[in-house]
Design a binder for this molecule. Structure first.
Ligand SMILES: Nc1nc2c(ncn2[C@@H]2O[C@H](COP(=O)(O)OP(=O)(O)OP(=O)(O)O)[C@@H](O)[C@H]2O)c(=O)[nH]1
Ligand SMILES: [Mg+2]
Length: 475
């Protein structure tokens, strides 16, 4: 077993996704990736550590644009007969030659990085057919005399890579060819990539075992952490009340609509905080979330979609059938409270959803000089909150770190809770709705009994996350 990390250089033509692949492999969304060629200008090493021990070191390199010129230089200066230098020495001589034109600096820089590696990964961007310059790149890299595999980027599933690429790479004596799409980055492609490396560098077998064990552990750990983050948000949001005091009852009443707005803003901000925490669990802390219905400019930005609107219920609410199954006969979460005049909720379709329009169900009361806004007294609300965060989670959990686009919450059909889950959710939600002191939204400290609600809701959330994981995350 080898103690030092296996050093792997990613090299290839400019703009084929080398840095994107490093990002995805080491789960780091902060590396500089951009549309144009020439984004990476210096080579750098990123180590991937497990429990503080570096197991792999990836060398990202600037892309090649003039490999044939360098090959020519190397052929001319390599010497002949007994004077002939070995390949690595000629490459080194090229790097040491002060007269090499500055135009070749990116290539020099790339070769400096490549010389540090024990394995070279030649990245082929399948946006184009292989060209003469790609052949030259492979030939140039082979002079470094370390095992070399080719990664075919832009192949998101098992589709056959274009024959021309395979033929060329085989002809040039590449040791292995694997599909590895930086953007979708499926787990099975990543495993195949590591298996190929393992064959070439069996002395690092233990490192690959540790990586695959880590992936499994993290899958479970991150799911649990996410469930707790979502449960904390649920408790805070369901318990929250916006309370203000005024000179008299009339003033308090006049302030009602402003207070209502503040209340909703506070819940939206809390939801954003939850999304941000989920993102950071999965190493996407800097990502922004946005989408068709949930428009978010930045983590602290504004949500223009409404957590409280009819569409939210239709999309994320509990179905009429499930409500019937659990015997819900009113839309109210707070038995006997409210007096808001909700009708019977058994019914169907949008009329049903509209009848539960969440925004109208923010309970508001004036008691002397005190105005209290909240909680949202609608049986659909906990489900809407839970499913929106699930929607965000499912994308973060499967997202490649090469993907720098906004997270588009609101994509696929949400996985719904069954009657047992809804019953459990409602049970805890009812409790939270009666305990204003359980909300941390306005920064107060919370009593220890709140913990049981968080645990209970985390169980409900975890069940849903697991279902989701089984339904759409490849093993
Ligand atoms: N659709 C798609 N786009 C990709 C993929 N990999 C990379 N890209 C995009 O291709 C562009 C270049 O990606 P980079 O990772 O910067 O490429 P690079 O090879 O490091 O580029 P240089 O450093 O300039 O040589 C970016 O806009 C990426 O988002 C992929 O698998 N699928
Ligand atoms: Mg780059």
């Amino acid at each position: 077993m080898s103690e030092a990390p296996l050093t792997i250089a990613l090299a290839g033509h400019a703009n084929v996704g080398k840095t994107s692949l490093v990002s995805a492999l080491i789960r780091d969304a902060s590396l500089l990736v951009a549309e144009g060629a020439g984004t990476t200008t210096e080579h750098y090493v990123k180590t991937f550590s497990i429990a503080g021990t570096p197991v792999l070191a990836f060398v990202d390199t600037p892309g090649f644009a003039r490999a044939s010129r360098i090959n020519k230089w190397l052929d001319e200066r390599g010497g002949v007969g007994s004077q002939r230098l070995d390949d690595r020495s000629v490459v080194q001589a090229f790097l040491d030659d002060p007269d090499v034109p500055a135009a070749l600096n990116p290539e020099k820089e790339a070769l400096r990085g490549v010389l540090k590696a024990q394995v070279i990964v030649y990245v082929a961007g399948l946006a184009h057919d292989p060209q003469g310059q790609n052949v030259q790149e492979v030939r140039l890299l082979r002079r470094v005399r370390v095992p070399m595999i080719a990664v075919l980027n832009y192949v998101s599933d098992d589709e056959e890579a274009p024959r021309a690429w395979r033929d060329m790479l085989n002809r040039e004596g590449i040791d292995a060819i694997v599909n590895l799409d930086a953007m979708s980055f499926p787990a099975d492609q990543e495993r195949a990539f590591y298996n190929a490396l393992r064959v070439l560098r069996p002395e690092h077998g233990a490192a690959f075992d540790r990586i695959s064990a880590l992936r499994e552990t993290l899958k479970v750990q991150n799911l649990r952490k996410s469930a707790v983050v979502i449960a904390e948000m649920l408790v805070d949001s369901l318990a929250f009340r916006h309370v203000t005091t005024h000179p008299d009852a009339e003033e308090a009443k006049r302030y009602r609509s402003t207070a209502n707005k503040r209340f909703k803003e506070a819940l939206r901000a809390r939801e954003q905080e939850c999304f941000a925490e989920l993102a950071s669990i999965y190493g996407h802390g800097a990502a922004s979330i946005g989408g068709a219905s949930l428009q978010v400019q930045s983590w602290s930005g504004e949500v223009t979609d409404d957590l409280f609107d009819v569409e939210a219920i239709r999309r994320y609410g509990v179905s009429a059938g499930t409500l019937a199954a659990i015997g819900a006969v009113t839309g109210s979460l707070l038995d006997g409270v409210g007096g808001l005049g909700f009708g019977t909720v058994i019914g169907g379709g949008l009329g049903f959803a509209a009848g539960l329009f969440l925004g109208r169900r923010v309970s508001t009361s004036v008691d002397g000089d005190t105005l209290t806004v909240g909680p949202v007294d609608a049986i659909q609300f906990p489900s809407v909150l839970l499913n929106r965060s699930l929607d965000c989670w499912r994308q973060l959990a499967t997202r490649s770190h090469a993907d720098r686009s906004a997270v588009d919450v609101h994509v696929a059909e949400p996985v719904r809770l069954g009657p047992t889950g809804v019953r459990a959710l409602n049970k805890h939600a009812r409790k939270c709705s009666k305990r204003a002191e359980w909300s941390r939204i306005d920064g107060r400290s919370v009593p220890p009994e709140r913990g049981a609600a968080v645990t209970g809701l985390a169980e409900v959330a975890e069940e849903l996350l697991r279902k989701q994981l089984e339904s759409d995350v490849p093993a």
